[in-house]
Write a protein that binds this ligand. Sequence first.
Ligand SMILES: CC(C)(COP(=O)(O)OP(=O)(O)OC[C@H]1O[C@@H](n2cnc3c(N)ncnc32)[C@H](O)[C@@H]1OP(=O)(O)O)[C@@H](O)C(=O)NCCC(=O)NCCS
Length: 238
Amino acid sequence: MNYVDYAAIVLDLVLRATNRHIKTKVLSLEHLEPAAVLLSREFCKNEPLCRVLGLNEADVLPFFRDQVRHIAQQGLGIVAVDRGGALQGVLTVEDHMQQFEPPEEGLPEGLSIIGAYLESMQVPDHFLPKKAGEVCYIGLASVAKGRRNRQVLSMMMLASHRMLPPLGYVRGYAKVTNPGIIKRFQRLERIARGPVFISVLTAKPKDFVYKGYRPFADYDGETSVFTWTALGAGRSAK
Ligand SMILES: CC(C)(COP(=O)(O)OP(=O)(O)OC[C@H]1O[C@@H](n2cnc3c(N)ncnc32)[C@H](O)[C@@H]1OP(=O)(O)O)[C@@H](O)C(=O)NCCC(=O)NCCS
């Protein structure tokens, strides 16, 4: 076992022991409504692209509900639940070959724009699988605000890394639009003492053209595609 795998296992144990008020679980249909509500609220308030477009929680809720239902049916997503049973975090994980397809009709314009932008951020061909069951895509991550929740994202990521390799998922990727996620990646990498999340593409939303105009023209941030190799799967594949 290499050092990164060892560090991940130790960190997973330490976080579970020191955050006993939080348990991670596989996202299932019983979490559908609270997960959709948490995603709608946190994305509209704190995710940069949703904020720039001024998306509204009530408008995006049906979309997140459909997406969470799809994730729950695949059984690869993770939630974090506190002692009282309240949902504190959601991580949507899908098979790359079986991704959620939003309905073409009835989607709020802002979500169509963000969908088109994410589509433009392509994952390199060499990374992609030829069949289902190999590469997972983390589409959405959200944590309810609160000091006691500072480790929740890391706990959900480690839970997902514990669960996925035995199912055959050797690699994963995410399209990261929030710099807060990159801070969390960097925190994990400090513990791993080296790179784990490889940025394979960086783009500026303000350069993106949608139907002849630039919907993110006033936003100066960057977005990135990150890839990683699952625990125990050998770190040479990017
Ligand atoms: C991203 C997210 C899951 C991280 O949750 P978390 O681990 O609890 O961490 P925080 O929200 O405290 O954010 C972590 C760090 O990123 C920063 N950050 C959070 N959102 C940010 C934003 N929109 N722009 C810049 N920095 C941001 C925080 O200030 C914090 O910095 P610090 O560690 O120096 O204090 C959470 O902020 C969230 O749910 N955001 C809304 C949904 C979202 O954007 N999801 C990711 C899409 S790629």
